[in-house]
Design a protein around this ligand. Structure first.
Ligand code: MRU
Length: 348
């Protein structure tokens, strides 16, 4: 299941609307980079690698719709489009990484506007295809770490939906299941937007992986009873020292795993590693609309009293000391991370 598809005939981007799941598998057809920006902002497209690829295709759309008479004018339009797309969400580095990649090709280009448009699309397609390839490689490395019969706790959604296809942490789970390891998954519901209960549960149903949804605050209970042997999460950005920005709640999960001697793995492609930030302290954390917290309903009634205030950080930072290992497309990376992540970058 590919989350994003380029329609060559109409020069449009087809994208799964993640807001409609699990009720409906709905495809959006996008014609402009402004529509892509809106989709990223409103989380029709979400998940670090997926928003990176969507943004790259956004530049391809800007180029396809442009009436620029020459490459220099088109480059100027692409710079503006990149600024707009880059401003949609701050934490996942894949967004800036993908835009930078396409823009580097554009800036270094000499030729016609039509050739530049083709080059922009080719780079977006490369980013998307490389993501799928990286995920398949991570799945193989990660599945080798999982023993038959284990129960894995998973946070947020890191599956095909969060990437271009296959997924990161959920890709590992899927691969281990396909290898016949007989695993089970405890799916953190992932408040407040419930990516686990909605999207991960939906994906696991498609793949036939046995799972149960748990409230986020139940993870410690299962870990303390020895009912989960491994924790697998993705990442939105990894700092040079190995600190991890990921979906809010990841830090508490990592603390609970550490306290119970349960291995905690972060599955992320090298495009998610930001060697320019020394530690998690430098990673910008998106604060979203408090309405996402306040507008929860039960029995048809809003839970929070009228007038209540809320805070809604979308991500948190898990210190590298709580991470057992990183699973990347280039292999499994263990501490000391300052050294091993530097080696990972050097090997790229
Ligand atoms: O706010 P979201 O849903 O875009 O956050 C996504 C996550 O935090 C994922 O866990 C992360 O992107 C890794 S997914 C490949």
């Amino acid at each position: 299941m590919r989350t994003l598809e380029w329609d060559r005939e109409h020069q449009q981007l087809k994208m799964i609307d993640q807001r409609a799941l699990p009720g409906e598998l709905k495809w959006l057809t996008l014609s402009t980079h402004l529509e892509v920006a809106e989709c990223i902002h409103t989380m029709a497209a979400r998940g670090a690698p997926a928003i990176g690829a969507a943004a790259a295709y956004g530049l391809a759309l800007a180029a396809a719709r442009s009436r620029a008479a020459n490459a220099e004018s088109l480059k100027q339009e692409l710079r503006q489009a990149a600024a707009r797309l880059g401003a949609t969400r701050p934490t996942a580095v894949n967004l800036a990484w993908a835009l930078k990649r396409v823009m580097a090709k554009s800036e270094g280009f000499a030729g016609s506007a039509a050739e530049l448009a083709a080059l922009t699309l080719a780079e977006a397609e490369r980013i998307a295809n490389e993501d799928v390839d990286a995920n398949e490689r991570m799945a193989a490395f990660g599945a080798a770490l999982i023993r038959p019969g284990e129960t894995v706790i998973h946070h947020c959604n890191t599956g095909a939906l969060a990437t271009v296809d296959w997924g990161t942490a959920l890709g590992v789970i899927r691969k281990a299941h396909e290898q016949g390891k007989g695993i089970r998954v405890l799916v953190d519901e992932t408040r407040p937007r419930l990516q686990g209960a909605k999207l991960t549960a939906w994906e696991l149903q498609q793949y036939g992986v046995p799972f149960e949804i748990i409230s986020d605050n139940a993870a410690g209970y299962f870990l303390s009873r020895g009912e989960a042997q491994r924790v697998l999460v993705g990442a939105d950005r990894v700092a040079a020292n190995g600190d991890v920005a990921n979906k809010i709640g990841t830090y508490m999960l990592a603390l609970a795993a550490h306290a119970n001697d349960v291995p905690f793995y972060v599955v992320a492609p090298t495009s998610t590693f930001d060697h320019a930030v020394a530690s998690g302290k430098e990673i910008p954390i998106e604060e979203r609309d408090p309405a996402e917290v306040l507008e929860l309903e039960q029995d048809g009634m809003r839970v929070a009293p009228a007038g209540a205030q809320a805070r809604n950080p979308a991500f948190d930072i898990t210190p590298h000391t709580l991470v057992t290992a990183f699973v990347t497309e280039n292999g499994v990376v263990y501490p000391p991370y300052e050294k091993t992540l530097r080696e990972l970058k050097a090997g790229q």
